[in-house]
Design a protein around this ligand. Structure first.
Ligand code: FAD
Length: 381
């Protein structure tokens, strides 16, 4: 059967985009999900919380930062500011049920093949056809194992379901951004002694784009953890790891400056994730490691193949938070409505509520009028 649109993935990007299409009047949309709705969030460590705060300001045109539609709010659903992974997945599931989305769980897309008219979408259950495909497969299932030799000796931060599973008293974490510092804070509260090796010093840099620095939520927790457990959480800045070796039952970690650290237990690699486009990378043009998009978030090689989610890059800015990539739902929905010959959609409400930002200047100028002045954190260099 041919669908007008197939969306691959039922995380916030896929579900949110499906509902933007509905607001644009596009019918016959099918969402295919390899696992269950919000599966990535269900895999988070139990202690992890969304770093972006939720607050129900929707009626005042200040849509909850983690909402995927203009008229829903995780804060309103749970009366909480920082949701756990399970809670956020429950929110996504509630949205899917409320809006009766046409969605199939446990159906994994194996291949997307461009045809003369549209796309063939092959799954582990069937072969579908669609005029348009939106890839919303997410990054979480593609951990970056580190650009250093011996990375296989480390445990990636995404494999832990609870930090209580970490064996050992001393922990060495490679990577000092969100996941590394999140792990460090939880582990130190569990009584461990933690050393974080970071290539830069994200806890002490000033940048107007929140994607480039530690979130206020994480930095606050870091300060608290260092103050309440003096000497147990140590930060080593400008320590770019080049290799991890296993010698005499210990893990030997070397940095670009020739410094050597050793650990009795497997280091944790908090080295982030690959692009969400990895499974369909050949369908996109790349400049180095950056995928290229049209101004409407399509592949420049295959029109009608869109991407929504945190790997979107426009004007060198990453749309890596929910509030950032949802700003493009309206742009994608409008573009698809036009492509499929629907009447011009009225998405002015989406625009007012932050779901249709088509002026890309928004992502090139994040300057704040008043300079930030955080207390510097003590780290070894
Ligand atoms: C650890 C971590 C913490 C984060 N915290 C925040 C935060 O606090 N706030 C924020 O705004 N952002 C946060 N982010 C950014 C994050 O990327 C997004 O919030 C969000 O998960 C991205 O949504 P998504 O729908 O693109 O991907 P996902 O939520 O990963 O959803 C993708 C879905 O696609 C499915 N899928 C994958 N491949 C296939 C396939 N071949 N066939 C069918 N289905 C498939 C997966 O099972 C999954 O359900 C965080 C990211 C990570 C990794």
């Amino acid at each position: 059967m041919t669908s007008a649109v197939i969306i691959v993935g039922a995380g916030p990007a896929g579900v949110g985009c499906a509902l933007a299409l509905r607001r644009a009047g596009v019918e016959n949309v099918l969402v295919l999900e390899a696992d269950t709705v919000g599966a990535s969030f269900r895999s988070w460590p139990e202690q992890m919380r969304l770093i972006t705060p939720s607050f129900h300001g929707n009626p005042f045109f200040q849509t909850d930062l983690n909402a995927i539609t203009p008229d829903t709010s995780p804060a309103d659903l749970f009366q909480k500011e920082h949701m756990s992974g399970d809670e956020y997945a429950d929110y996504l599931q509630a949205v899917v049920l409320h809006f009766r989305l046409n969605l199939r769980e446990n159906e994994r897309v194996l291949q997307v093949l461009p045809e003369s008219q549209g796309y063939s979408v092959e799954t582990d259950k069937a072969r579908h056809r669609a005029n348009v495909v939106i890839w919303a497969g997410g990054e979480f299932s593609h951990p970056k194992h580190g650009a250093f030799r011996g990375a296989e000796h480390c445990a990636h931060s995404s494999v832990f379901r609870t930090w209580k599973d970490y064996q050992g008293e001393d922990v060495l974490i490679i990577g000092g951004y969100e996941s590394g510092i999140d792990a460090a804070c939880h582990l130190v509260h569990l009584g461990k002694k933690v050393l974080v090796l970071s290539s830069g010093k994200p806890w002490n840099v000033d940048h107007p784009d929140p994607s480039e620095i530690l979130s206020p939520y994480t930095r606050e927790r870091l300060v608290r953890a260092m103050q309440s457990h003096p000497g147990r959480l140590n930060l080593q800045e400008n320590a770019t790891v080049v290799s991890v070796d296993r010698l005499s039952g210990r893990y030997i970690v070397e940095t670009a400056d020739g410094e050597v650290f050793d650990s009795e237990h497997r280091p944790i690699a908090a080295t982030g994730f690959q692009s969400a486009l990895t499974p369909i990378k050949d369908l996109f043009a790349w400049e180095g490691s950056t995928p290229q998009f049209t101004e409407e978030d399509e592949s420049t090689l295959h029109l009608g193949l869109y991407y929504t989610g945190p790997s979107l890059v426009q004007r060198e800015s990453k749309f890596c938070f929910i509030y950032k990539f949802r700003a493009r739902f309206g742009v994608i929905a409008r573009s698809i409505a036009r492509r499929l010959g629907y009447p011009e959609p009225d998405l002015e409400d989406d625009r007012r509520r932050g779901f249709l930002v088509d002026d890309l200047e928004c992502c090139t100028d994040c300057e704040c009028a008043v300079e930030s002045q955080p207390e510097p954190l003590e780290a070894k260099s």
